[in-house]
Write a protein that binds this ligand. Structure first.
Ligand code: CA
Length: 273
């Protein structure tokens, strides 16, 4: 086992459920922490920082809905609401205040565990997407949106804001043509009235920084009369500059003079680390 156990905070006031869940979830490999009313639940949430919360709807001191709302104000932790049989409206409200899923009492442990694992998987995927969304890596070029940084072959390069935004627009549409109008709209704003040559000047400056041979661009391609396109190249370099980047299809496209592989972006956009 390399990963630490998943910790679950059980907020529940019925002793029979507490016992059954502690034993059952423990046996499934979860680390179980118990709070016996709503207020204690919120305290324990702060103290234990659980991976997932199992939240009974009917609780002394603070209602489950209240607890759910409070937790959601500060955390995206997966929450499974535990509701009584007849409380369909409560279930709906529970989901509205931010619960990820619910089980209805009485439930089978296997059903609960299946739901817990599903919600945990969804939440991990959402985290991955958020992280991936902030970084675009194509070939030897990496753009970090949140930090406003660009790396070429792992070395940071400095780009003025407009060049950064231009590159961001092109890279996030890798493999697709972005029209001149669209680029000007997004980078300079809809009310931009200057010379459209400005765009070409910025593209030229950008190429000087990210292309291995700016006179024969391989990344930022001109699509005559339409706009520009960021073209992922895999490892089929047109210049002799070495790169440590590898692509799954590199061996197939690495022969000299081969047609550059087409890509629709996401397939060749990957996260590292
Ligand atoms: Ca209860």
């Amino acid at each position: 086992m390399t990963s630490p156990p998943v910790s679950v905070l059980v907020i529940e006031d019925e002793e029979s459920f507490i016992q059954a869940l502690s034993v059952g979830l423990g046996r499934e490999g979860f680390e179980v922490v118990v709070a016996r009313d709503g207020a204690e639940g919120l305290e324990m949430f702060e103290a234990a920082n659980p991976d997932i919360v199992l939240l009974d709807l009917w609780l002394p001191r603070r209602s489950g809905l209240d607890v759910c709302r409070q937790i959601r104000e500060r955390s995206r932790v997966p929450i499974i609401m535990v509701t009584a049989k007849s409380s369909e409206t409560d279930t709906v409200v529970g989901l509205e205040v931010g619960a990820d899923d619910y089980v209805t009492k009485p439930f089978r442990l296997s059903e609960l565990v299946a739901r817990m694992r599903a919600v945990l998987r969804r939440s991990a995927r959402a985290d991955d997407l958020t992280a991936a969304d902030e970084r675009i890596v194509i070939d030897n070029l990496e753009l970090d949106r949140s930090r406003h940084e660009v790396y070429l072959d792992g070395a940071k390069i400095l780009l003025p804001l407009k060049e950064f935004e231009l590159l961001e627009n092109l890279m996030s549409n890798a493999g697709r043509v972005v029209t001149r109008d669209s680029l000007i709209d997004k980078v300079w704003g809809r009310d931009y009235v200057g010379d459209t040559k400005t765009l070409d000047v910025h593209v030229k400056r950008l190429r000087a920084k990210v292309e291995s041979d700016p006179s024969r661009p391989a990344k930022i391609l001109t699509v005559r009369g339409v706009g520009y396109k960021f073209e992922p190249t895999g490892t089929a370099k047109r210049s002799t500059t070495t790169t440590t980047t590898t692509a799954a299809n590199s061996t197939a496209t690495n022969s000299a003079g081969a047609e550059q592989p087409r890509s629709d972006g996401p397939a060749s956009t990957r996260m590292t680390g």
